[in-house]
Design a protein around this ligand. Sequence first.
Ligand code: 13P
Ligand code: SF4
Length: 296
Amino acid sequence: MIEEICALKREQGAVILAHNYQLGPIQEIADMVGDSLELSRAAAKLENEVILFCGVDFMAETAAILSPKKTVVLPERSAFCPMARMITSEQLREMKALYPEAAVVCYINTTAQIKAESDICCTSANGAQVVNSLQELQVIFVPDQNLADYFSRYTQKKIISWNGYCYVHDRFKPEDVIGSRKHHPHAEVLVHPECRPEVIDLADYVHSTSGMARHAKSSRTNEFIIGTEVGMLYRLRKDNPGKIFYPLSDKAVCENMKKVDLDKVLWALQTLEPRVWVPENIATKARQAIERMLVI
Ligand code: 13P
Ligand code: SF4
């Protein structure tokens, strides 16, 4: 099946991008595995006519917004990010009316409609930089409250947050960190900024998923407790064969990230379906928010 996928990929002039949370076999066949920032940068630059996005819907949408002439395919149509659906355009417009002086920053985990209503987009890797690049002193940040709390540690600006959250990261509790440290006293604890503030306070480092990959490679430590979705451990173990990685909780599974498998990738390459497409009136505005981020 892998041989067939590789041959079809060449035939279709396709590139396969995969998020760090994808299943092992998908990471193996991908041309690039990365975090949201790396994948959107790649989507903006790649020459390939077809982008096969192994991840969830907002990621493929971001690629489609940045490359409207390309064919963007999400192998599983129903793979979505629940957090991205926790705010509607109407709710964001109400928030903007309450704080007319504020700039609007949206996390990349949002629908194209929310991006179109925002001034600028950010990812977990660059949120503080994005917020600090703005002239406004007030910032509306949607939809992740934990991420807003985390970025507010690195800015003087007033951050007005929405109450969205990622159910995978929000489930980690301080007891998980305390318990894991007891079992693995020599391990460094790395957590994602989508975690609750009380979990972040107990961690050694806070990183986006690719930030974790870089940290694990360069650290002199040999053991790590990883506070993010369990798919991340596949990449960490592969990149660092001599090191040991423990999940902060083995229940940290994003069901939507696990919906893509090799069968679906093969079918998607054969049919170039399901195709992701964003209406041009929304895409034009959303593109401005994403491109503003990419400049920074
Ligand atoms: P990053 O890979 O950008 O850190 O994002 C994590 C995430 O939850 C993506 O859905
Ligand atoms: Fe959304 Fe969380 Fe899944 Fe990422 S891990 S896609 S933020 S639900």
